[in-house]
Design a binder for this molecule. Structure first.
Ligand SMILES: [Zn+2]
Length: 384
């Protein structure tokens, strides 16, 4: 009871923090400006400024405006400064409104705005990580390692040994390598023959890193239109765990609840990866009755992923709160394709904290034996 109250008040404090995320609002205004530019160069300029403010700088734009130092940030020019200053001082930007009115196609703009819902700026992500929420809520301290990353075996740029070394440097004790399955040739998905050779390489890396980092053999399988996977049950058994993720039909507005429910029922699936398949400012991802999907995931002990890739942030803190209500487990992953991207786990953890997710519900935080038993049970498909 006490814990619940504590968690609630912590979550309230964090929601307030989001309400004051001027960096993400400013980035949105700059994206609006990019949309209405008629020449490629200024479109690029606004998009770059938006990205820097949303995902690169640590400090709040309010502080930079108050100090008069915004223009010292590389690539932030006079028009960006004007827009951000208006936002900070007036709570809105008359110059953006004027440009949008001249452009006319309001519905285009509204559509794009819907594709930017519940994302965190880097500034607010850091504040969410630093906020004092007590020991119950997931934190970087409790986090033992990332369970979705891609190596040179599919579309990543690092070897497995390099990823293990990077994980050790980050203070992690485990990682899961989850290269794409053969059903996704565009991402150089692995054949099952390659998966066998990869398994041998992982065994070797585990010998090298014994007692320091344990590398798990995962795979990221594709959820097909009917909710089945591109890997059959025997193929899934080759891996210690399967992340099932949607990589197609991500721009439809028809309901895909049955597809997602079907996916979490599949044997061997431990994690539902980037469930919506959304992308910042570019696509909405899947429409579904998420409460129903999460209820099914909870019933089968499948963890809902909070994918921290900046452009994904999927699920976000709003949907994570729904999954938490339904009793779900969570996997907080980077979806890294390079060593630098392992830091995307910070966004996953931040969304989890804002949603009030306890560390005990996050499989990345479990000690090894509990984690491995859970993986084995997903193959046996015992109900949770
Ligand atoms: Zn994916």
């Amino acid at each position: 009871m006490k814990l619940t109250t504590q968690r609630r008040s912590a979550a309230r404090a964090l929601l307030e923090l989001i309400d004051t995320d001027l960096n993400i609002v400013a980035a949105g205004l700059l994206q609006d400006m990019a949309l209405v530019q008629s020449n490629e160069r200024s479109r690029f300029g606004y998009k770059r400024a938006a990205k820097i403010i949303a995902a690169v700088i640590d400090r709040s734009v309010r502080d930079l405006i108050d100090e008069g130092t915004l223009r010292e940030v590389p690539f932030l020019g006079a028009s960006t400064e004007r827009i951000v200053k208006e936002l900070v001082r007036e709570g809105e930007s008359p110059s953006v409104e004027k440009a949008l009115a001249a452009y006319g196609k309001r519905s285009d703009i509204e559509t794009r705005r819907r594709f930017r819902r519940a994302y965190l700026s880097r500034h607010t992500m850091r504040r969410a990580l630093d906020a004092r929420l007590g020991a119950v809520v997931v934190s970087t301290k409790r986090f033992q390692g990332d369970l979705q990353m891609h190596s040179t075996w599919s579309d990543g740029v690092e070897s497995i040994a390099a990823l293990a070394a990077a994980a050790e440097a980050l203070g992690w004790s485990r990682i899961g390598i989850t290269d794409h399955s053969y059903g996704l040739p565009i991402a150089r998905g692995m054949s099952m023959e390659a998966a066998g050779r990869q398994g041998i390489e992982i065994d070797e890396v585990n010998e090298t890193f014994a007692g320091r980092v344990r590398v798990y053999k995962g795979v990221e399988a594709n959820i097909l239109a009917d909710g089945s996977l591109d890997l059959d049950e025997d193929e899934r058994q080759v891996f210690e765990y399967v992340i099932a993720s949607p990589h197609s039909l991500l721009r439809r507005d028809t309901d895909q609840t049955a597809r997602m429910v079907g996916a979490v029922r599949q044997r061997g699936v431990a994690i539902l990866g980037h469930p919506q398949g959304r992308m910042y400012n570019s696509r909405p991802g899947i429409t579904a009755d998420w409460r129903m999907v999460f209820r099914e995931a909870a019933c089968h002990g499948v963890a809902v992923e909070i994918d921290g890739n900046w452009h994904r942030q999927d699920v976000d803190y709003e949907l994570a709160a729904v999954a938490l209500e339904e009793g779900c487990l969570f996997a907080l992953d980077s979806d890294a394709h390079s060593i630098g991207e392992l830091a995307f786990t910070d966004y996953s953890i931040a969304h989890g904290r804002i949603a009030g997710v306890p560390a005990d519900s996050v499989v990345n935080c479990w000690e090894a034996e509990k984690f491995e038993n859970w993986l084995r049970d997903r193959h046996r498909r015992r109900k949770a």
